[in-house]
Design a protein around this ligand. Structure first.
Ligand SMILES: Cc1ncc(COP(=O)(O)O)c(C=O)c1O
Length: 381
């Protein structure tokens, strides 16, 4: 059996043709493909606006800035995520406060967040960054109620979840990043994610003000709009201290063809998940699926007692399972800065047991059966 990774991009001839066509066109960056990708992505998730960026880390950075995060401001997030979800707060000089996860969904626990908020004086926190971990959408309607009560903004880290959705109390399906409850949604187009651009990201919002700020910050803070003076056609103003966080046309062309097949990819991911669940239902814990939720399944995580043993055993059979994630509050940078002062025992217990099995649309039935066979062989021993 050839090596089976935990995640893998799905590039076909259409993707290759789209990139080649763009390479032969007039613009390699800041051309028509970026706008087209933004429009198609916004239509896909159901948001008013989308801003393409060079990766989700940049997207998270300009998101906290667009929501006016200032030095010393405090923001709550989960510890079971990639470091970038928390790092964006630090880039702006903010303080990261971790709340615990739900032990069954592995998502940021609203009860833990509520407890943390209520243990502090009024206006102590500025925002919350929940993560649609593994592709499972956070119920943002519930978070919105809590956030409104305490005057907080919400950035949905939807990097794992393009195509996922949850039903709100009216029964309406809310696609991740649609901006119905969160102020901003952020997506990643790293190759292990659903949509591969090499590197890339998208920031979505329904607020025109936030959209304009994001656009400005993505491109040096430079604009030709609303200028205080104008010396001629060449003139521009730098109105904010921005960055070069732009996505290229080459990457956007790839993003467009990748996006077009995302629904099919998510369906296939759910077929793989159904098979894993069926195989493991009697003796292995896996991520719970709350009613009315459609998991986009970036990952398929199970919990086992001898996690290291299983990780090594699978590797010995060329199955490259992975661990998502080392809790961010235990990483040396965060530990030495003294964050993570709340009870994070669910996150820590989860980390001791979790392992992500191969999950990607091109994983074949035979490969998946081989993974299942090896997992069960290890567990039964
Ligand atoms: C939850 C989460 N947030 C943010 C990021 C950062 O994404 P990027 O690699 O596009 O900067 C990742 C990437 O791994 C992620 O998994």
């Amino acid at each position: 059996m050839k090596a089976i990774p935990y995640g893998r991009q799905n590039i076909d001839q259409k993707d290759i043709d789209a990139v080649v066509t763009t390479l032969q066109a007039d613009f390699l960056t800041q051309g028509p493909k970026v706008n087209e990708f933004e429009e198609k992505f916004a239509a896909y998730v159901g948001s008013k606006y989308a801003v393409a960026v060079n990766n989700a880390t940049s997207g998270l950075h300009i998101s906290v800035l667009a929501l006016n995060l200032k030095e010393g401001d405090r923001v709550i997030t989960t510890s079971i995520t990639f470091a970038a979800s928390a790092n964006c707060i630090r880039y702006a000089g903010g303080e990261v406060w971790f709340a615990d996860i739900d032990p069954d969904t592995y998502l940021l626990s609203i009860e833990s967040v509520r407890k943390l908020i209520e243990s502090k004086p009024k206006s102590f926190f500025k925002g919350i960054i929940p993560v649609d971990f593994a592709g499972l959408p956070v119920n943002l309607e519930e978070f919105r109620v809590l956030a409104d009560k305490h005057d907080l903004w919400i950035i949905e880290d939807a990097c794992h979840a393009p195509g996922g959705n949850f039903k709100d109390v009216n029964g309406t399906e809310n696609r991740c990043g649609n901006g119905a409850f969160a102020d901003i949604g952020v997506f990643s187009f790293h190759p292990v994610k659903h949509i591969a651009c090499g590197e890339g990201g998208m920031v979505t919002t329904n607020s025109e003000v936030v959209y304009k700020k994001l656009s400005l910050l993505r491109s040096h803070g430079i604009t030709k709009e609303n200028m205080s003076e104008n010396h001629g056609g060449w003139f521009y103003e730098m109105q904010e201290l921005g960055f070069n966080y732009r996505l290229t046309d080459i990457q956007s062309a790839l993003g467009i063809t990748q996006l077009a097949k995302n629904d099919l990819g998510v369906i296939r991911r759910n077929e793989i998940s159904t098979r894993y669940k069926e195989a493991f239902k009697n003796n292995i814990k896996f991520q719970a699926l709350p009613e009315g939720t459609y998991n986009a399944h970036h990952l398929f995580v199970i919990e086992v007692r001898d996690r290291k043993g299983l990780y090594d055993f699978l590797r010995s059979h060329n199955i490259f399972a992975q661990i998502h994630y080392i809790p961010v509050h235990t990483l040396p940078y965060y530990k030495k800065n003294g964050y993570g002062s709340t009870d994070l025992s669910n996150a820590e217990n989860y980390y001791n047991n979790c392992i992500s099995l191969p999950m990607y649309p091109t994983l074949t039935k035979e490969e998946q059966e081989f993974v299942i066979e090896k997992v069960l062989e290890f567990i039964d021993d």
